[in-house]
Design a binder for this molecule. Structure first.
Ligand code: ADP
Ligand code: ZN
Length: 729
């Protein structure tokens, strides 16, 4: 083995040890090993990974392995504290320097740096670039420089920050120190620009896959929008989520409406004062608020890992925006749901807003807008459409996690004939009219201009009368989105494309949606990540987590992420040694929380007679929910519950663990809004539980359990509490 490759080996082993010791992770996420190796070797790099791809660890892990202090440049003051809190909770000495610190605090950190006590320090660019600070760090023994949100340096990026331009001096001021840029923005142009602007030396370019398999995408025509939003929220009661609206007015209205329905929600938009915005943002991060209703002003600097859903109550203005905003869901790698509700008017609203922009910027913006609109109206796999837009490919035919691949869309039976009718009408109109007009002719409108033009005499006039104007208008958009028609010129006149000619000859087939009736929303519980999790125990641990977080004044996820809690409630370790195997438990967290959480797990399991020390099953890092898999099973379980089956029945018939089925039941009760617990809990027990709830409330299960002298199981308590809540709504 050559010296170089043996060094490489030891580097990787060192990194893995650190990953395990500090963060409790056993493996690298895709590209992390390569990215970390660059840092270890001091080779400049530009790393592009999607949100949740694990960029922070790419420099944090090497930072703890290397001698010296890692300098992290980050534009987001709000993020620095969370990042530093998270590092400290893992036992990594770190600090940040920004305007929120007092003078004595700053001096203390400078002293720590002089004493070589810190491994990482976060600094905002404008502060770093002062002569004094540069000099100070010049003697601080810098191990590496990481530039977070590096697209801010590029005017091509969507978030250009002029102060980032000054970072070019770092290469001269810190010769021999590797500089590493991290971003989630994919475009090739931005990537090159970052390297150039920073003056990087033959940087390694590492670009990760843009697909986010743990996100499920759904696009729905807006119809009764508020109700549609509520449906999503209802599926995620008590979980974190974001609702994006286009306008401030809509934010206020929606937030108020949701609050009225008892959701813990807060608004966020640029029309509010800084103080109010900050307050609402903090409440969201700290889990005091579940749902933030916001304009796109919200999100930059939100690193919350456990956002379980993002709803767009209107179409975003580009796929870049959509990817970024929806990407705020599921950073922790667990399943999350992205729903986009779009209305025909959205594109008009955006066009109007763009009217004021500079002509040079406007053209590009309009193109992005069209691409977004096509995405909304097309009927192709959403995962595929997104990654292809960013110039990548998606493996496999069925992503298993979008409305198209899950077969949730209701398609017409004979799309070729409908397509032919529409296209031939466009031809009869000599390709001189827009979508509205064409739809009217096809549905036999008596409008004066149509009659006057003699278009009521065309053979295609009224051909799709039965289907209605709105549906036909939608089909035209879908044909445009799928490339059979094209809109051209100032008036968006419809033209038949080459693909359209093929369709006319029945050589190609479009996919057309059936009219949007109120479809029953199909439910996706990506139960893989809930598989084997004891829900009662999970809730108990979650309560402990928020108590700890409150005591320490940090967001809950700094204590433990959702993934770690689920893993605890799945493996149910009985000893500290086994507790160590829980995903997300490193040495420091083991020392800080191990004993207490372990005791809680042990006493819960003994009381509930739940087996412990379950062997961890090897699950792929991010299991894709599949059509045949978990969705189907929870839906099947729902069906059995509707027929009055007990948990035992279902567990036996479906060959599932008791705890898994209890989870299904809990979902079912909420989903079907069941108010009567009697099929599952004996009448006498119901009344006892209800009495206890009357005394201690139903927010947390543990006090109810205690109030009942520990005699009644968590499953029963949960069932009764859920039904009671359903009744009160
Ligand atoms: P990004 O900055 O790219 O959006 P983060 O650095 O915030 O992503 O990481 C996203 C989540 O993934 C965090 O909860 C982090 O702890 C987790 N994570 C990072 N690396 C690993 C790993 N190797 N194994 C498991 N989880 C990881
Ligand atoms: Zn798909």
């Amino acid at each position: 083995m050559s010296a170089a490759s043996s060094k490489q080996k030891t580097n990787v082993a060192t990194l893995k040890d650190a990953l395990r010791q500090y963060w409790g992770y056993n493996d690298f996420l895709p590209l992390q090993e390569e990215a970390m190796s660059c840092v270890m070797a001091g080779q400049d790099s530009v790393v592009v990974l999607p949100t949740g791809g694990g960029k922070s660890l790419c420099f944090q892990t090497p930072a703890v392995c290397l001698d010296g202090l890692a300098l992290v440049v980050s534009p987001l003051i709000s993020l620095m504290k969370d990042q530093v809190d998270t590092l400290r909770s893992c036992g990594v000495p770190a600090a940040f320097i920004n305007s929120t610190l007092s003078e004595p605090e700053k001096r203390e950190i400078a002293d720590q740096i002089r004493r070589r006590e810190l491994k990482l320090v976060y600094v905002a660019p404008e502060r770093l670039l002062s002569e004094q600070t540069l000099n100070f760090f010049g003697t601080a023994g810098i191990s590496l420089i990481a530039i977070d949100e590096a697209h801010c340096i590029s005017a091509w990026g969507h978030d250009f920050r002029p102060e980032y331009r000054g970072l070019r001096v770092l290469k001269q001021r810190f010769p021999g120190v590797g500089i590493h840029a991290y971003t989630a923005t994919a475009s090739e142009q931005v990537r090159q620009d970052i390297a150039e602007q920073l003056g990087l030396n033959q940087p390694r370019m590492l670009v990760g896959g843009f697909d986010r398999p743990n996100l499920s995408y759904r696009i729905r025509r807006a119809s009764g929008k508020f109700q549609q939003i509520c449906e999503v929220l209802e599926r995620h009661r008590g979980e974190s989520g974001i609702v994006y609206c286009i306008s401030r007015k809509e934010v206020d209205k929606t937030a108020a409406g949701l609050a009225g329905l008892g959701f813990r929600t807060a608004p966020y938009h640029a029309g509010m004062t800084d103080v109010d915005r900050r307050k609402n943002q903090d409440a969201f991060i700290g889990d005091q608020v579940d749902v933030i209703v916001a304009t796109v002003a919200f999100g930059m600097g939100i690193d919350k890992p456990n956002v379980r859903f993002v709803v767009h109550a209107g179409m975003p203005k580009s796929l870049e925006h959509y990817q970024q905003e929806s990407g705020r869901a599921g950073r922790d790698g667990l399943e999350a749901e992205c729903t986009l509700l779009f209305g025909a008017g959205d594109i008009v609203t955006w066009r109007r807003m763009l009217d004021d922009s500079e002509p040079s910027a406007r053209e590009g913006a309009l193109r992005s807008l069209e691409a977004m609109h096509d995405f909304c109206t097309s009927v192709a796999c959403r995962h595929r459409a997104i990654v292809e837009y960013f110039g990548q490919e998606l493996d496999g035919d069925n992503c298993g996690a979008c409305d198209v691949c899950l077969g949730e869309l209701d398609l017409v039976d004979d799309p070729i004939t409908i397509g032919q009718k529409i296209l031939s009408c466009v031809l009869r109109l000599e390709q001189r009219f827009g979508a509205d007009y064409t739809a009217k002719v096809l549905t036999g409108s008596q409008e004066q201009r149509i009659v006057q033009a003699g278009h009521d005499q065309l053979s295609t006039y009224g051909l799709l009368r039965e289907d209605g104007l709105r549906t036909v208008r939608d089909w035209i958009e879908q044909l445009v989105g799928q490339g059979f028609l094209e809109k051209s010129g100032e008036f968006n006149v419809l033209q038949v494309t080459d693909a359209g000619q093929k369709l006319l000859k029945r050589e190609a087939e479009p996919q057309l949606l059936r009219p949007a009736e109120k479809q029953k929303e199909s439910r996706t519980v990506a139960a893989d990540s809930w598989e084997g999790v004891d829900r009662g125990l999970f809730d108990l641990l979650r309560t402990m987590r928020s108590e700890k977080a409150t005591q320490q004044n940090v967001p809950a996820y700094v204590v433990f992420g959702d993934a770690a809690l689920r893993d605890m409630a799945r493996l149910r370790p009985s000893t500290l040694d086994r507790f160590r195997n829980v995903k997300g438990v490193g040495e420091k967290k083991l020392a800080d929380y191990g004993q207490e959480f372990l005791e809680a797990i042990n006493s819960y399991c003994q009381q509930q007679q739940v087996t412990q020390d379950v062997a961890p099953t090897i699950v792929a890092a991010k299991p894709k929910p599949s059509r045949s898999g978990v969705n189907a099973s929870s839906i099947a379980a729902f069906e059995l519950f509707r027929q009055g089956a007990t948990i035992e029945d279902v567990a036996e018939r479906m060959n599932r663990a008791h705890s898994t089925v209890a989870g299904y039941l809990s979902d079912f009760l909420r989903y079907d809004n069941i108010v009567d617990p009697s099929p599952w809990v004996a009448a006498g027990v119901v009344s006892r539980i209800e009495e206890a709830i009357g005394q201690v409330g139903s927010e947390r299960l543990q006090p109810i359990h205690e109030c009942l002298g520990g005699e009644i199981g968590y499953n029963e308590i949960r069932i009764v509490a859920t039904c009671l809540n359903n009744r009160e709504q």
